[in-house]
Each structure stands twice: as C-alpha cells, then as structure tokens.
Design a protein around this ligand. Sequence first.
Ligand code: ADP
Ligand code: MG
Length: 186
Amino acid sequence: MNAGKELIFIINVTYFCRVKHSQAFLLLGSNIGDREKFLSEAISLIEKKLGTIVSKSSLYNTKAWGARSERRSIQSDFLNQAICLKTSLPSEKLLKEILLIETKMGRTRKKKWESRTIDIDILFFNTEIINTPELTVPHPFLHKRRFALVPLNEICGGFVHPQLRKTIKILLKECDDKLDVSMVIK
Ligand code: ADP
Ligand code: MG
C-alpha cells in the first residue's frame, strides 16, 4: 500500500469505528390488500434505506373485532410483525425515512384510522426516552396493545421498557388487552 492509500484506509477505519449504531425496535402493520406482500416490501425498503435487520418476529394476525379497541373494530384484520433494526440514523431522521417509506408504499392519511397498506411505528430507540412534537418513544401505547407486545416478546422478551422498568415478557403477562393475536403458521 502506498502512503496515500494507507491514509485513506486509516481514515475509513477511523470513520467506521466512530459511527454510532443504534438499536431500534419497529412494529410493522398492514390491513389492506396483500398484507404479507406489503410487509415484505417494507422489510426490503427498510434494509435498503435504514440499516440492518437483526431479527424479525413471525407474522401475527390481529382480529379486528377487539372488544376495547374502537379504532380496530371499524377496520379489517391487521398483519403485524416486529423487527430489530441496527441503524446509524438518529431517531428523528429514522422517523423521516419511515414516513417516506410509508408514502412510497401508498400509505395515505386522509382520514384518521383509515386502513393502511403499511404502518411502521418506532417502539424503542435504544433505551432513549423521546418526547418531541413528532416523536414519542417508547411508543406510548405499546404496553397496552397485545398486537405490539406479542411479536415483540418473540424477539426481545427480556428487553426492559426504559420508563416502566419491566421486561416485555412481564408487560405482556400484565396486559389486559383482549384482542386476539395469533401467529400465522406457514
Ligand atoms: P398511527 O401509527 O397511530 O396510526 P400514524 O402512523 O398516522 O399514526 O402516525 C402519525 C404520526 O405519529 C407520525 O407522523 C409521527 O410524527 C407520529 N409519531 C409519534 N411517535 C411515533 C412513533 N414512536 N413511531 C411512529 N410515529 C410516531
Ligand atoms: Mg404509525
């Protein structure tokens, strides 16, 4: 290696060592059209634009007739999946990119609670607590929703909720949501 190349090599190694990677848990959901195809399309776009997917839960079907969820009772069944993402993006940029993926995949926001090709929510971002007008993390409802806790429990049951200070496994045990969430067996 000549001196120039050696310098570039050292700069690159230093750069890569300094890039801070974060761990984000995301929840994907779809309840319109070919839901499975939308989830796998979202996974591909996430890998292309946001980072590396470290783990993925199975797919879960959530019945729409959940007794206590007004929002879901007027919609079709959801297909949900939780993923663990390793990303170099800061949280606000991650949200922006997620919203772009949703729009690219045909997500519209004309009415509140309308059916969606894809919904991508940030459940956790490292162990950070974020409260800005655009972003609330940990996701404020995740501990009340079986459709978030069940897939999350499959990939990170031991993860401790940074505000509630309980593991996902315990939060799921304590959750009184009655929505039926069933694993899709393929
Ligand atoms: P919902 O997921 O509740 O159906 P939307 O997907 O339409 O709602 O998101 C509405 C807004 O919620 C987004 O534009 C985003 O700014 C905000 N938001 C706040 N916290 C989060 C979070 N943790 N994950 C994703 N979006 C969030
Ligand atoms: Mg959302």
